[in-house]
Design a protein around this ligand. Structure first.
Ligand code: ADP
Length: 258
């Protein structure tokens, strides 16, 4: 934006002093919009399970509590909504702690193979039950990253969990890692749904989901990838994504080499 200012003065009159203070409000406005959007997403995300708790409780109070066949169902719905609220709040607090740098990172040499093995212990049963080929491709020589062990686990846990979640039966998930200059690059590649081009640049935003209904159904909070991004950045690394709808996605995390 340009701003021009003309001081009108008659010939011979002394030039009046002009003090101009120009603030670039564009950045402030952008931050304010982001804050507003965030507050509105949070309220929406919390209101949905809260409304379910109220509705099911009210149904029970209005007589369904006598309905022996169905009351168990209403109660389990209340429990599910409470679990969802708990998960959302945990993820939001986690993200806030990383962003405000309050999360205490303990930086050590972390062997990648150990963390991946740890994450895969949980995922192997899921892979077997859904007939997904879950494979790892370790480099010939063992390598480590310089990072916080819990943080590295959070990053890889989220990426592998997503790869499994968004890959239909019969697909595959491949985890590979290797040196890339002063960094270690870890890739998680799946043959799943893929992410539309337009959504790729928004995928790391809080609460952004390609398909809200589907993601919620699968128990996602929409905060996983934001947590991945902020955790990687807090450890002087980063995360990128490449994807093709119908073919799959590949997430690459880069962390300093240990
Ligand atoms: P969620 O809890 O919904 O999984 P994330 O922040 O982890 O939230 O991911 C945000 C969105 O990105 C997901 O809802 C999904 O639409 C998309 N996404 C993430 N990982 C993948 C993947 N491996 N394949 C396809 N879509 C993905």
């Amino acid at each position: 934006r340009t701003l021009s200012l003309q001081a009108n003065r008659l010939p011979g009159e002394p030039c009046p002093g002009v003090v101009m203070v120009l603030h670039d409000v564009t950045e402030l406005r952008r931050l304010e919009n982001m804050r507003r959007e965030f507050v509105s997403s949070v309220s929406h995300e919390l209101k949905t399970p809260l409304a379910a708790v109220r509705a099911y409780t009210e149904t029970l109070q209005l007589g369904a509590i006598e309905d022996i066949e169905n009351r168990g169902y209403f109660l389990s719905q209340i429990m599910d909504s409470a679990d969802r609220l708990h998960e959302l709040i945990q993820d939001m607090l986690h993200l806030a702690r990383i962003e405000s740098r309050e999360e205490a990172f303990d930086i050590t040499e972390v062997p990648i193979a150990d963390v991946i093995e740890n994450v895969l212990q949980v995922q192997r049963d899921v892979a077997a039950s859904r007939q997904i080929a879950l494979r790892i491709h370790p480099p010939e020589v063992e390598i480590s990253v310089l990072g916080d062990e819990e943080g590295v686990r959070t990053i890889l846990g989220n990426l592998i969990d997503n790869a499994m979640k968004y890959t239909p039966e019969g697909g595959s998930v491949d985890v590979a890692w290797g040196l890339e200059g002063s960094h270690v690059a870890i890739t998680v590649k799946d043959t799943g749904l893929g992410i539309p081009q337009a959504a790729l640049e928004r995928i790391f935003e809080r609460f952004f989901r390609v398909d809200k209904a589907r993601s919620r159904e699968m128990g996602g909070t929409g905060l996983g990838l934001s947590i991945v991004k902020h955790t990687a950045q807090a450890m002087n690394g980063g995360v990128t994504v490449e994807s093709q709808v119908g073919e799959g996605s590949k997430f690459t995390v880069r962390l300093p080499r240990g």
